[in-house]
Structures are given as C-alpha cells and as structure tokens.
Design a protein around this ligand. Structure first.
Ligand code: MG
Length: 255
C-alpha cells in the first residue's frame, strides 16, 4: 500500500513539472518579402553618351575639353598646361597640376594619350601619373613595347605592386583609366585604421583589383604612412625629356 502511494506521488510530481515547462513563441517561417528591401532606392544616374565621351549626370567634371578651370598649379597660381583641340597637354616647365577641389573616396575616369613621336625608354618615355588624394601615384607611362621595372609600369601603385596586365594602346591612341578609390581611415597615432584601396581598369581590363595601398609612393625608399584628410587629384609633370602626353575627358564621382 505504501509503495503504491509513493508511486502515485512521484507520478503526480512529474506531471506537474511537465505542466510548468515554459513555451516561447517561435520565429515566423521565412517568406520571400522578409529579405527584400525597397528603400532607399539607388539614385538615378544618367550614363554619359559613349559616342561623345560625356560624363555621367552626377559627376564632377574636371575637364570637358574647354579649359582648366577645375585645376591649378601645384605650386599655386594658374594651371599652365596647354589646352588645344579639346585636350590638354603637359607643360613640363610648369610643373604638376592639382584639382582645386579635394576629394575623399571616388570613382575617377580619365583618358590619356602618348604622342606618336614619343622617344625614350623605360621610365623616361611618356611618364606622368595621377595621384589619388595627392598622395598615391597610379603610374601613367608609355609601356607599349617599352619595358621598365614591373612595379613601376602603367597602372601600378608606383613601386608597390605589379599590375595584373599590360593593357596599353599604342602611341597616338587614347588610353582610358577608370579608377575606384577608397580613402583611408586613420588611428589617433597616425597609422591606418583602414588602409586605402584602389581598383584600376585600363581600356576595360583590370590592372589592380582592390589593392591595399601601403603608403605614399616614393621614388627612393619605402612607402610612408602620412595622416591626411580629403585631397586633390594631382597630375604629374615628370622630369624626363620625352615628348609630353595629353589628357581629355576627366570626371569624378564622389562615393
Ligand atoms: Mg609617373
């Protein structure tokens, strides 16, 4: 009798514990709309006309064939490179030029052409360059049938990386650069918290794929990490004696 009573009490306790076990709401079953976002809608940007080489509707136009109003000499004063026939040509005696406006991250489009009478070899042949935020040079050089050190050829972050391809068009033809650049973020001690990165496409061919820039592009010595904010685009007037190259159709989209 006592054994039966004990069993009944044990069973009763077990049932009551089960009855007290809490239940919680379960996640709703997933429906397609739960992973579809409708806002914000990407802004509408009207592409440029590919036949007339015009800029997209939201671009900062840095050169449209008419004047160098968006530029100044890197030494101060007017940009004294030569505008003619819808293009402008490096004036080596006038030094580098920089944009008047400064930029953070951007997409940059520019076209450049090596003259057909180009002379010189290696780095002394159609050398120029486009500096991102005035710090990091993407090399511009006539590398058509012209070998040089590989980490200094066209499309390199100068002396930091060998481009994935040599996509040069021959002298007299226009080369097209599309450069996608993410500006760095700095720690308080001046080191990179997030290093700058760059993708370079020349004539539709990827030369650099999201390359992490190591610092300034030095001719002598290693890259330096120098804290900076927004900066201008700089075009290089290189000291070599070869015939100067020309530029056209330059625009930039801020990101
Ligand atoms: Mg250069």
């Amino acid at each position: 009798m006592r054994k039966t009573l004990t069993a009944i009490i044990a069973l009763t306790l077990a049932f009551s514990a089960a009855a007290q076990e809490k239940t919680y709401p379960q996640p709703e079953p997933m429906r397609p709309g739960m992973t579809e976002f409708w806002t914000p809608q990407p802004k509408i940007v009207t592409p440029g006309d590919i036949l007339t080489n015009s800029a997209p509707s939201d671009a900062v136009v840095l050169f449209d064939g008419r004047n160098l109003n968006a530029w100044q000499s890197a030494n101060g004063g007017e940009a004294k490179w030569t505008v003619h026939d819808g293009v402008f040509t490096v004036n080596k005696s006038a030094g580098d030029i920089i944009t008047k406006e400064s930029f953070g991250s951007f997409q940059l489009h520019l076209e450049w052409c090596v003259p057909t009478n180009i002379t010189g070899t290696s780095q002394a042949r159609g050398n120029s360059g486009v500096y991102l935020q005035d710090k990091y040079e993407i090399q511009i050089l006539d590398c058509y049938n012209n070998e040089t050190y590989a980490n200094g050829q066209t499309g390199s972050v100068y002396k930091q990386v060998i481009p994935l391809a040599n996509a040069m068009r021959k002298p007299g033809e226009w080369n097209v650069y599309d450069i996608i650049y993410s500006a760095p973020v700095f720690n308080e001690d001046g080191t990179y918290k997030v290093a700058p990165t760059v993708t370079v496409i020349q004539n539709g061919i990827v030369l650099l794929n999201n390359f992490t820039i190591r610092g300034t592009t030095e001719y002598i010595g290693h890259p330096k990490v120098v804290p900076h904010g927004d900066g201008p685009i700089r075009l290089q007037s290189h000291g070599d004696k070869s015939e100067p190259i020309s530029f056209r159709n330059i625009w930039l989209r801020k990101m």
